[in-house]
Design a protein around this ligand. Sequence first.
Ligand SMILES: C[S@@+](CC[C@H](N)C(=O)[O-])C[C@H]1O[C@@H](n2cnc3c(N)ncnc32)[C@H](O)[C@@H]1O
Length: 358
Amino acid sequence: MRLSDAGQREWSDADAAAYRRFVATARAYWATDLFAALRRQVGTQQRELGTGAFEAFVQHHPTHRIFAWLERHLQRMRYSGPFGLVESANREREALLAALSRALPEGMLRLDPDLSPPGYYTEYDIHQHPGGLRGDPLAGLVYREAVGSGVVGKPALHQRFAQFVTARSTPARILDLGCGFGRGTRAFAEALPAASVVGIDLSASCLTVAAHDTHAAFHGRLSYVQADAVASNLPPASFDLVTSTMLLHEMPESAVRALIDETARLVADGGMVAHLDFLPPRDPLLRILFEGHARRNNEPFLLEHSRIDVAYAYTRAGFSQVEVQDFAEDDGALDPDLARWRLPWKVIVATKKGGADD
Ligand SMILES: C[S@@+](CC[C@H](N)C(=O)[O-])C[C@H]1O[C@@H](n2cnc3c(N)ncnc32)[C@H](O)[C@@H]1O
């Protein structure tokens, strides 16, 4: 930083890089050392106190307070302020917009300027991302940058999920609901070289990034459409697999129920549904931290789909073989003594009745 002749502060690229390094290093400390210290310090009380008393004990524990404060404010620092991701993108706005308006192959991206997003999507800034993923054409790029350095940025997460699903079936027509900037969509296209894959999302900016990130090898069989996952307007029974990654927890309970019905309409007989999402952990401390994460990360619906008995809901919607199980985002992630904070990933898979095996 230096002062200009007029006494204004001027920041350099080195200042910005130092800020980002600080945030990344502090987040790594928060997720590992501080989490491990918290676990050690409150762990013995977990056995001795009842559920309510343990929760009160944790909430008032100084290490938990620091843990919670850092989670909230490091996430804010990541997105906001002069070196946050939003302002960094703003500084290069013209160049980034020009890159995003490059021509795309025919049929790669279909946006719907008349789409009116539901209230739950527009009323708060998800993940503390100012403006969320809705209006700003740079929001998708900001989001892509944010997950690259966060707890949902595990490089192999989507590939592992696609492997999990394709070990059970080899669908030819795949729909990825709430595809964001296309991480899951691409993982399925890579795993199944003969499949056609469509990603839909409410966010025009995310879809635009996804379309531009699509390697030429996928042109012609991977495409993106702006649509609401709950009312997609896509033809009935037109997919062998309907999937989503990290979508359910962003929707209120009524929308998740509507999504299950929409999924049942879109999957052909004998086809599959597969969701990768979060469900509250059983461990009392991890559960308190997960519920706190909902508040601190601006995820107001994080706990809503866990109120639904998805096995029952999918069975009622005409599916069988419903499985809900823990999912390891990397090797060793399910170790109960894992010394880092993690999101409680779960997979939900089900098969629509009426296939050749029924
Ligand atoms: C946490 S992001 C996950 C994105 C992507 N699936 C991934 O794994 O990177 C959730 C996505 O769901 C989208 N979304 C939320 N509600 C939606 C809805 N009703 N219909 C379609 N997309 C929706 C958001 O725009 C966002 O891109």
